[in-house]
Design a protein around this ligand. Sequence first.
Ligand SMILES: NC(=O)c1ccc[n+]([C@@H]2O[C@H](COP(=O)([O-])OP(=O)(O)OC[C@H]3O[C@@H](n4cnc5c(N)ncnc54)[C@H](O)[C@@H]3O)[C@@H](O)[C@H]2O)c1
Length: 313
Amino acid sequence: MNTLVIGGNGFIGSHLVDRLLSEGHVVHVFDRQSELYRKPLEGVIYHIQDFGNRSILSEALNNIDIVFHLISTTVPKTSNYDPIFDVMSNVVETIFLFEQCVERKIKKTVFVSSGGAVYGTPTAVPVSEDSPLNPESSYGISKLTIEKYLELFHRLYGLEYVIVRPSNPYGERQNYEGNQGVIAVFMGKIAKNQAIDIWGDGSSIKDYVYITDLIDGIYKAAFSNTKHRVFNIGSGAGHSINDVLKLLTQIIEKKILVNYKPQEAFDVSKIYLDITRARRELGWEPQISLDAGLSRTWEFINLQLLENKVYIS
Ligand SMILES: NC(=O)c1ccc[n+]([C@@H]2O[C@H](COP(=O)([O-])OP(=O)(O)OC[C@H]3O[C@@H](n4cnc5c(N)ncnc54)[C@H](O)[C@@H]3O)[C@@H](O)[C@H]2O)c1
């Protein structure tokens, strides 16, 4: 199939591109920058532009069968700084994308939403896809709004879609100098002998899913004919920051310096996902344990720092 991965040079996108290539698909990538940790890949057709460039975006959709939408111009924390920017750059431009998908009769549109943000603070865990949706950041509100537009475009125009709600992915090629992904950020700092910041007392519980498990879920959701259109993809288990810290201490074998800071308002303090639907309907199952995934990620970050390999244009 001809596939377009919008945001394909980011952390999750780059792994999705690998999977699509390995399954024999034609892969186009739309992104405003190249991958951070790899040179452009042979066989991938790149469209390097901003998501707001509508004419290049619609050109990139020529002859595409499946669109994967992974761009987010914000993360939960930054989205609250400027909600107008968040809505304009994410929601409005995504509606333009969906209009184009309808016009071009795209066979399926896959949207990567957020299992950590659309539910808000859950009343009970694990959180299933049918749990109340009460996002607590502009990022979460935008993700949910985009989900609602997919529903609307399906009803109005028959747009075929599937939504994946990932928990907290981690693994190789997550930006360890970025502002999303606590594991990568912690490891980047530890590798450089810097103190890590923990917001709150470390008891906050999240669902950490290893990147290849998430990609397998996205891939299966995209290529299966399923009754449902929304899938949580996570590990299905909750781990506190203190649990992660304990595992890191065992894996890294060096003293970890910690600064405890006040809990931040955009952060949900206890959430992990119910992954029964993906297990049942997609035949999907997470394969990589947290300690195995942490070891792989640590190895990657050390190699990067050692070789000082960063490719950014
Ligand atoms: N990483 C997480 O913890 C997490 C969790 C749940 C959901 N998600 C969602 O998954 C998707 C991918 O996340 P990721 O971790 O790979 O992020 P990422 O930042 O690594 O990748 C996003 C990519 O989008 C591109 N991009 C951003 N704004 C753009 C713009 N205006 N024009 C063109 N390209 C633009 C970036 O260049 C980057 O390559 C996002 O939608 C994110 O909200 C991420």
